[in-house]
Design a protein around this ligand. Structure first.
Ligand code: NAP
Length: 483
């Protein structure tokens, strides 16, 4: 039997094994140990922050295109391993191999996109009121930035934080989620192999409380980008505020898809199914409330339930599987518990709702794709994030009622409408309280070229991705020059 690979942390250009380690196991088959990871200590965070602080002037001083070349190299190195990286991602996170391959390709594209930004970064040039005065504002890097990541997009989210941070000239402390640390470890390995100077990138795997908090509290850290749960995000916000450093939070959602009576039924069913169930519902932009106009509710529900029942649950590496496992036992219990709560509150489990544990499912955390009907928006199933393959169907009297239900939530990440009516489309875009809006598409499935992020309780601070990402990772220096 081959030895389980070990994945140390990366501090100041060196691979550093910590005294304490933890195993990462495949959620589809817990007898499969994906790797043994180092548990960084607060002292490791200090060492990494010191190294990043030391490396900052050199990295920020490089011309943007030179930093861009490093990012292009990272992209090339990742692309050479596309299939093996995707397989590893499926083993560590559970999503299907095609989903993992798509995500890995997205990370590669993100590095290429931001590599290009190295040659494009522009400031502001404006005419002065005064004669012989030339004035402009240029972007400058912040310093050391901490990037704290969730497990559900273990490559793309670290990539969409790391690439803009680096191209802006910052040096980085990156923490993966303990549940899925390998994909971002591979990105750091590519940074190392691309020759990014020591100290510029540091990887610290370990417990959220110990490593994450130290990554916010360290005196050299000038900004924190966090994606994860509201609970942790809000606490980090308070912590960062005490130090008056900037923080960006992307957190949970309770995303609605509105299906209007005139929608193309087949496409509305397919889009809702994709958004609610794929990636096991473990996308922050997943649809969890499907709000359907009364006149087509029964037809939509019947078709949606029939399509849900056809979904094949299993190990994401197997052919034909649509839905992988939950990330861990805790998430599996949450999925099951919310179904129980929904029933207790008067909703109906129309299909699914159970943990799968027989036969091939015995060693993993599998849950039946679930449709819950007779849901009203005041029930907990309609108000709290589940993060599983669980869709709640809610009846709306008409468009206005559907909008009121959709907006009646503390969250505001993504939202979708399914309709052929152009007027309704624009009313939806205008009135819906969400940072990300889709029309006749699934609520999930974003591209890296545009800003990404939510509103209301889902998010805080400048958006990620696209040109907007540079806002967070840089500051303006304004210059007035008399000649
Ligand atoms: P989480 O439990 O909040 O963890 C996120 C990260 O924070 C992990 O790296 C975690 O480390 C770390 N952490 C935990 N406690 C910490 C602390 N006290 N101080 C500093 N860091 C700490 O979230 P998750 O379960 O990984 O991810 C699922 C959540 O992320 C869902 O709510 C989902 O909606 C949200 N999400 C949002 C977006 C978005 O863009 N809006 C995208 C993806 C996911 P450990 O893993 O070591 O505990």
């Amino acid at each position: 039997m081959s030895e389980t690979p070990k994945f140390p942390n990366y501090i100041n250009g060196e691979w550093v094994a910590a005294e304490k380690t933890y195993e990462n196991r495949n959620p589809a088959d817990t007898s499969d140990v994906v790797g043994i990871f180092s548990k960084a200590s607060a002292a490791d965070v200090t060492a990494a922050a010191n190294a990043a602080h030391e490396a900052f002037a050199g990295w920020a001083g490089l011309p943007g295109p030179a930093r861009g070349n490093y990012l292009f190299k990272v992209a090339d190195l990742l692309e050479k391993q596309l299939d093996s990286l995707a397989r590893e991602m499926t083993r560590e996170e559970g999503k299907t191999f095609p989903e993992a391959k798509g995500e890995t390709m997205r990370s590669i594209n993100i590095f290429r996109y931001f590599g290009g930004e190295g040659s494009r970064q522009a400031g502001v040039l404006a005419p002065s009121e005064r004669p012989r005065v030339f004035m402009w504002a240029e972007r400058k890097a912040l310093g050391v930035v901490s990037l704290i990541n969730p497990w559900n997009f273990p490559s793309a989210i670290p990539a969409w934080k790391l690439a803009p941070a680096l191209i802006s000239g910052n040096t980085v402390l990156l923490k993966p989620a303990s549940a899925a640390p390998l994909s971002s470890w591979r990105i750091i390995e590519a940074c190392h192999n691309a020759g990014i100077p020591k100290g510029v990138v540091n990887f610290l795997s370990g417990s959220g409380g110990e490593v994450g908090d130290a990554m916010v509290d360290n005196e050299h850290v000038k900004a924190v980008s966090f994606t994860g749960s509201c609970e942790v995000g809000y606490a980090l916000h308070e912590r960062a505020s005490k130090r008056r450093i900037r923080i960006q939070l992307e957190m949970g959602g309770k995303n609605p898809t509105i299906v209007l009576a005139d929608a193309d039924m087949a496409s509305a069913v397919a889009n809702s199914l994709n958004a609610a169930m794929f990636s096991t519902g473990q996308k922050c932009t997943a649809t969890s409330r499907i709000i359907v106009e009364e006149s087509i509710y029964d037809e939509f529900a019947a078709k949606f339930i029939a399509e849900t029942k056809k979904l094949k649950v299993g190990n994401g590496l197997a052919e034909g599987v649509h839905i992988g496992p939950a990330i861990d036992k805790g998430q599996l219990d949450v999925d099951a518990n919310y179904c129980k709560i929904a029933e207790e509150e008067g909703a109906t489990i129309a299909c699914g709702g159970k943990v799968l544990s027989d036969g091939d499912y015995a060693k993993g955390y599998f849950f039946e794709p679930t449709v819950i009907t007779n849901v009203t928006n005041d029930m907990r199933i309609a108000r709290e994030e589940v993060f599983g393959p669980v869709a709640a169907l809610i009846k709306a009297k008409d468009f206005d009622d559907a909008m009121a239900i959709a907006n009646d939530t503390e969250f505001g990440l993504s939202a979708s409408v399914q309709t052929q009516d152009v007027g309704r489309v624009f009313e939806f875009i205008k009135g819906i309280q969400a940072g990300l809006v889709t029309v006749n598409l699934p609520s999930a499935g974003v591209e890296y070229q545009l800003p990404f992020g939510g509103t209301k309780g889902s998010s805080f601070g400048p958006k990620e991705q696209g040109p907007a990402a540079l806002e967070f990772y840089s500051d303006y220096k304004t210059v007035y020059l008399k000649y």
